[in-house]
Design a protein around this ligand. Structure first.
Ligand SMILES: Cc1cc2nc3c(=O)[nH]c(=O)nc-3n(C[C@H](O)[C@H](O)[C@H](O)COP(=O)(O)OP(=O)(O)OC[C@H]3O[C@@H](n4cnc5c(N)ncnc54)[C@H](O)[C@@H]3O)c2cc1C
Length: 260
C-alpha cells in the first residue's frame, strides 16, 4: 500500500491485492492508521515532521498465560525489578516482568518466569498455568508533530507510541480516531475544515498529557524498587511519590483520574 499526492487536492492510495492486481483508490482524505511500522508516516517527506523519542533503558518481558487472574490489577515494586498482573478474560492473565534490554527468551524459561513473578508479586501461591505467549516490549516513547501532512492524518501508533505503563496506547489510538471522525464529518457534511486543521493540536495535547503520566508512573514503579537503575536518591524520591498516593486523598484522586 502506498499513499500518493498527499499535499495536493486529490490524494490516492495504491495497493496490490492477494492475486497481484494493482488498484488505486481516489481519496478526499487519507487516515494513516497502520501502526508504528506502517507506510503512512514513512510517506511524509523528511523535514515535515518533528519527532521526539525517549528510551527508558529497561525492557519488559510480557507473558500471556492460562492462569486465574487477580480481582484487581496487581503491580509489584521489588528490588529484583517491577512486575504486574492483569486479567485477560475470566481464566487468563497478562504478566509483565522488568528485565534487561539485552535479555533473550532463552534466558527466561517458564520456571524462572513463575519464580520471579512469585517473588516480585509477593505471592508464593500465585496461580500458574500454561504460558501461551512470551515477548519483549521495548520501553520506548515516540511522538510525531504534527500528526498530519496535507490530506494525510496519522492516527494512533502511526503517530505516537507510549510504554504500556498506564495502559494508554490503545486508548490514545481510539481518542485520535474519535477526533478524526468528528473532524471529517464537519468537513464533509458541513464544509467546515476548522476541526481538521486543529486535529493534530487537539490530539497532541492528550498525547503529551498521557506521555507525562506514563513516564511519571514508570519512574515511580521502577525506581521505588530497583536501587541499581537510577541510584539511591531517585529511589527515595520514587518512594515518596508512592507513599503520597496512600497518604493524600487529593493525590490518590488525581492518580485515579489520570489512570482511568
Ligand atoms: C504487549 C502490549 C500490551 C499493550 N497493552 C495495552 C493496554 O493494556 N492498554 C492500551 O491502551 N494499550 C496497550 N498496548 C498498546 C496498543 O496495543 C497500541 O497502542 C494500539 O494497538 C495501537 O493501535 P493502532 O490501531 O494505532 O495500531 P496497531 O494496533 O498497530 O494496528 C495497525 C494495523 O495496521 C495494519 N497495517 C500496517 N501496515 C499496513 C499496510 N501497509 N496495509 C494494511 N494494513 C497495514 C497492521 O497489520 C495492524 O493491524 C499494548 C501494546 C503491547 C505491545
Amino acid at each position: 500500500m502506498t499513499p500518493h499526492g498527499l499535499d495536493g487536492p486529490t490524494p490516492a492510495v495504491t495497493y496490490t491485492d492477494a492475486d497481484g492486481g494493482r488498484h488505486e483508490i481516489a481519496c478526499a482524505y487519507v487516515a494513516g492508521c497502520d501502526g508504528f511500522h506502517g507506510v503512512s508516516r514513512a510517506s511524509i517527506p523528511e523535514g515535515a515532521l518533528t519527532t521526539y523519542t525517549y528510551d527508558h533503558g529497561v525492557a519488559w518481558l510480557t507473558v500471556l498465560a492460562d492462569a486465574l487472574p487477580p480481582r484487581h490489577a496487581l503491580f509489584g515494586i521489588h528490588p529484583a525489578g517491577f512486575a504486574a498482573q492483569f486479567a485477560r478474560g475470566p481464566r487468563a492473565s497478562r504478566f509483565y516482568l522488568e528485565c534487561g534490554t539485552a535479555d533473550s527468551l532463552d534466558e527466561w524459561g517458564d520456571e524462572r518466569i513463575w519464580e520471579q513473578l512469585r517473588l516480585r508479586l509477593g505471592d508464593p501461591d500465585l496461580p500458574t498455568g500454561p504460558i501461551t505467549e512470551k515477548l519483549f516490549v521495548e520501553m520506548r516513547c515516540f511522538v510525531a508533530d504534527p500528526m498530519s501532512y496535507g490530506r494525510l492524518f496519522l492516527v494512533g501508533d502511526a503517530a505516537h507510541i507510549i510504554t504500556p505503563m498506564g495502559g494508554k496506547g490503545m486508548n490514545l489510538a481510539i481518542a485520535d480516531a474519535n477526533v478524526l471522525a468528528g473532524s471529517l464529518r464537519a468537513a464533509l457534511r458541513e464544509g467546515d475544515e476548522g476541526p481538521l486543521a486543529a486535529y493534530s493540536e487537539t490530539c497532541l495535547k492528550r498525547v503529551w498529557d498521557h506521555q507525562e503520566f506514563s513516564r511519571w508512573m514508570h519512574e515511580m514503579m521502577h525506581e521505588a524498587g530497583n536501587v541499581t537503575l537510577a541510584g539511591p536518591f531517585r529511589r527515595q524520591l520514587a518512594r515518596a511519590r508512592l507513599e503520597r498516593l496512600f497518604a493524600s486523598d487529593a493525590a490518590a484522586r488525581a492518580f485515579a483520574d489520570l489512570m482511568a
